[in-house]
Design a protein around this ligand. Sequence first.
Ligand code: G3H
Ligand code: ZN
Length: 286
Amino acid sequence: PLVSMKDMLNKAKSEGYAVGQFNLNNLEFTQAILQAAEEEKSPVILGVSEGAARYMGGFKTVVGLVKNLMDEYHVTVPVAIHLDHGSSFEKCVEAMYAGFTSVMIDGSHYPLEKNIALTKRVVDVAHTLGVSVEAELGRIGGQEDDLIVDDAEAAYAVPEECKELVEATGVDCFAPALGSVHGPYKGEPNLGFDHMKKIDSLVGIPLVLHGGTGIPTKDVQKAIAFGHAKINVNTESQISSAKAVRETLDADAEMYDPRKYLGPAREAIKATVIGKMREFGSSQKA
Ligand code: G3H
Ligand code: ZN
């Protein structure tokens, strides 16, 4: 069923695993992720950035696609459709109106008071509709679609500010920037585990780890132990699908049927997602 993230993340946190947010980019991503979740009997969060929604034909197109595929595949596991890095109150409302069951309002580039006020406004609307809300503090580095944060701008979340934001807004889950990066890492990721531990004990609600691509398993396990119940992955599925397309086309210069090169891309995404579900511990938890 289509549900919000609230119950799935609270269950994950109390049982010590994380639910993956896997980002949609097109039809094949949507198919692969839903198939992986059903096969693994795993709850799943479908992440949709504003850029990806534009590419796919708008929020309503995405919701229609997800609902129809869920029917077609007889999906029984909990699925959330989540706006990733929502840029404004208006975009969040538009997504909810289209049928999204969850939204992230990313006010991380604003001063604390403005981030709190904006997040609170989104929570007030979302919670009357049963929609869950994720907020962010600090700045996650790297690039995802329109969102670009260079090394100088990237900043760790301040624990006391996290407590203040979570208490003042009533958000369902929370993404503190702690050194993870969107896109491939330059060298080994360096996550701020001391900050993480402190933030977990101060806020209590499920934490969200962005930039899940390329984080070593030992760090994933530590992050889960320190309160993370949601881990976002996009680039890793993109890399595996691009590799499959490249290899398939390279192997046959006469190939032109998209089903013949996007089919292998879909299989590659599915394999990536299944690997992450097992690593995060969400397999067989639905
Ligand atoms: O919001 C989406 C994620 O944070 C994706 O990060 O592309 O580095 O896996 P990633
Ligand atoms: Zn992100």
